[in-house]
Design a binder for this molecule. Structure first.
Ligand code: TRP
Length: 460
């Protein structure tokens, strides 16, 4: 496609607005709920080490690749691949992304629903010294009606923002929420690292024990990097499609990656000291761990008895908004596809997709105690929510990112991509590094990992 034939499209208000929206998509439950959960299950510091490498060497280049595809074509992921590689099967990668987005949204909304329930619980002063925070979690997630009800409430909220369109809905929320979230996190970090027994928790999180490293840890780290950065399913292609040619993609991608990674790192500084302080076992928590641990931290915040209540309400409200700015990007991908490719109205498209995601999410809402076999799938041992997370939140994204890097590196070509990166000011500082990473390191690292894991599976 010629560089001048981008279809007209709604654009972000400014470069800052775009960075905030992309950061809003990236920062969410994946940072504060997903990162500590997965780090705990994968040995702590060894995971953190691989995670940081994966973000810098694989996540960041794929982020730029997706944004470039989006801005060049100004289309949804399916349309974008059709425009850049007509009469080929590459559009299937976009289609996979649309599907993965719906599946991720289904369980994302369940966890976000718990967050809504926790705003109410904090406000009613339940998290005080001596509260049984594990029992409180079971009361929310283990109760079918409560869990499904909040899942529905969150999905409705997501649809309402997406119907409002990209500019007003998404931009407005993120501008206020991001700085506020950082402030609250810093307060919680200060409290967590000064708890008695915080030391071993920090050690678990920060001093790597490389004997814990194996293929599974590396896969978890790469998968989590993609999930946290919203990569591998076309969300950043879609967001990139609303970026104007005046803005700089390279620095934008850098900011988003740095911001997202800092927030996840802070979340770890909160969760691990608290986990060890409370004498809980890392790695046995499952999806409820972060909720149980965080709320036990709240009750230690002075002044008694209302310090925990105030911080609880603020924290869960901010987490809720962070989840919302992420879930809208999950819904936006499938919505943009129906609107661009099938001519469906924005309202009909978003309501239809959200309804499907809600229904698909119901088993996840029942998978933390409400229905025993969903809480521990026969033959798999995982709960249904964690299972969907593994399949769509890890494997599908890793596969998607692999195909995207092959496409940009070898099919469409790094020269075309670089030309698009340079189109605002003629500069692309990391062009050679980026070309090398996207052509060689990303695909080779992912393929060797998948082959290794397959081989390990066959061997066992
Ligand atoms: N990155 C978000 C988080 O960390 C979740 C998310 C939003 C996402 N959009 C995505 C994950 C697209 C993968 C792909 O919570």
């Amino acid at each position: 496609m010629d560089a001048t034939t981008r279809p007209a499209r709604d654009n972000w208000g400014s470069k800052l607005a775009f960075i905030l929206a992309a950061a809003g998509s990236a920062v969410g439950l994946g940072n504060i709920w997903g990162f500590p959960t997965i780090a705990a299950a994968n040995g702590g510091a060894a995971f953190l080490f691989v995670y940081l490498l994966a973000v810098a060497l694989i996540g960041a280049p794929v982020m730029l690749a997706e944004l470039v595809i989006g801005r060049r074509t100004a289309r949804n992921p399916v349309g974008a691949f059709k425009a850049l590689a007509p009469r080929s099967a590459w559009f299937v990668v976009g289609g996979m992304g649309v599907l993965a987005g719906i599946m991720i949204l289904s369980f994302y909304s369940v966890i976000a629903g718990w967050t809504m329930a926790y705003v109410v619980k904090s406000a009613s002063g339940e998290f005080v010294a001596g509260a049984d925070t594990a029992a409180i979690f079971s009361g929310v997630a283990g109760n079918a009606g409560t869990s499904i009800g909040w899942h529905l409430a969150f999905m409705v909220l997501t649809v309402l923002v997406v119907i409002g369109g990209v500019k007003d809905g998404i931009e407005r929320w993120t501008k206020v929420m991001m700085p506020a979230l950082v402030v609250i996190l810093l307060v919680l970090v200060a409290r967590a690292v000064t708890l008695s027994g915080a030391g071993p928790g920090l050690e678990f999180y920060l001093r790597p024990d490389f004997s814990r490293l194996d293929g599974g840890v590396v896969l978890a780290a790469i998968g989590q990097a993609f999930f946290s950065l919203s990569l591998g399913m076309g969300a950043m292609i879609t967001y990139g499609s609303y970026v104007s040619r005046k803005d700089d993609l390279e620095t934008s991608a850098g900011w988003v990656v740095a911001f997202d990674t800092s927030i996840a790192f802070l979340a770890g500084l909160i969760i691990f000291p608290t986990l060890f302080h409370a004498g809980l076992e890392a790695g046995e928590g499952g999806p409820g761990m972060v909720f149980v641990v965080l709320t036990s931290l709240l009750s230690t915040i002075p002044p008694e008895p209302w310090g925990g209540t105030v911080f609880g309400v603020l924290f869960f409200l901010l987490l809720l908004v962070a989840a919302l700015t992420s879930s809208i990007s999950l819904l936006e991908v499938a919505t943009a596809w129906l609107v661009d490719e099938k001519g469906v109205s924005r309202k009909k498209a978003s309501i239809g997709i959200a309804t499907i995601a809600f229904l698909v999410g119901v088993p996840s809402a029942l998978a933390n105690g409400a229905v025993p076999w969903l809480s521990s799938l026969p033959g798999i041992g995982m709960d249904f929510l964690s299972f969907l997370f593994a399949v769509f939140g890890q494997y599908a994204l890793v596969l998607g990112a692999l195909l995207i890097s092959i496409f940009v590196g070898w099919v469409w070509g790094v020269e075309n991509a670089a030309e698009e990166v340079r189109s605002n000011d003629g500069k692309f500082s990391f062009e050679r590094t980026w070309s090398f990473l996207i052509r060689f390191l990303c695909p080779i690292a992912i393929v060797s990992l998948l082959v290794f894991l397959l081989w390990q599976q066959l061997g066992s």
